[in-house]
Design a binder for this molecule. Sequence first.
Ligand SMILES: C[S@@+](CC[C@H](N)C(=O)[O-])C[C@H]1O[C@@H](n2cnc3c(N)ncnc32)[C@H](O)[C@@H]1O
Length: 225
Amino acid sequence: MNDAIPADLLMHARSAKGFMPEDEGDLLYRVARDRLRFGPALEVGTYCGRSGIYLGAAAREVSEASGDLAVAFTVDHHRGSEENQSGWEHHDASLVDDEFGRMDTLPVFRRTIARAGLEDHVIAVVGRSTTVAAHWRTPLSLLFIDGGHGEQPARDDFLGWSRWVAAGGYLAIHDVFPDPADGGRPPYEQIYLPALASGQFTEVDAVGSMRVLARTSGSAGDPVA
Ligand SMILES: C[S@@+](CC[C@H](N)C(=O)[O-])C[C@H]1O[C@@H](n2cnc3c(N)ncnc32)[C@H](O)[C@@H]1O
C-alpha cells in the first residue's frame, strides 16, 4: 500500500492554494484510508481544497476497493479566517469577491475538486462551523479540524465536533504547536490538550504539526469535555 497519494492527485494538490505540507497531507490520506470504510469523514476548514484532495484521494481508493461510495464532507463559510483578511499575514487578494468586497474561496474550491475528479467524494457544506455542528448527527470515522485558528473558533470546533467522532474513529488536528516559538497556540491549547484531558482520546500518530488521536472511550454523540 502506498504511503502517499497517487501521482495524478499529488499534481492537483501541488497546484491548489492552501496550507497543507505534503508530508502532513499524506498522513491525513493514510488515516482517512484506514477509517473511511467505517463511515464518512468531515473536515472543518475547506479553504481552496488542498487538504480536500488528500481526503478525496483516500475516499476514491476506499470506494474502488469496497464498491461503496466513501465521502468526506468539508465545512467552511468560505469567507476566510481572521488571518486571511486584508492586512493579515495569510491574505490573498485574488480570493476577494469584488461585488461584496469579502473573501470567497468557494469557486476556487469547486474548480480544485472538479479538476481532480473528486466531486463525488469531497462534499462541500457551506456555513459557519458552529451552525453546522449544532445540527450534525452523523457519527464520523475521521474528524479533521483545520478551521479558525483563534481561541474561540478552535474551542468552538472542539466542543461542537469532537463528540461526533465514532468509537475507534480518529480526530486529526492541524497546526498543533506545543512550542510557542513554532506557531499559534489555539489548536494545541483549545483542541489537542482538551481532547487528551477528556480521557476519551489517545494520540496514535503525528507528522509535523499534524496530530492524530483515536477515540478510545465514549461513542458518537457523547459529550467530550
Ligand atoms: C487554515 S484554512 C483551511 C486550510 C485547508 N484545510 C487546507 O489545508 O487546504 C481555515 C479555513 O477555515 C475557515 N473558517 C474559519 N472559521 C470558520 C468558521 N467559524 N466556520 C466555518 N469556516 C471557518 C476559513 O474560511 C478558512 O477557509
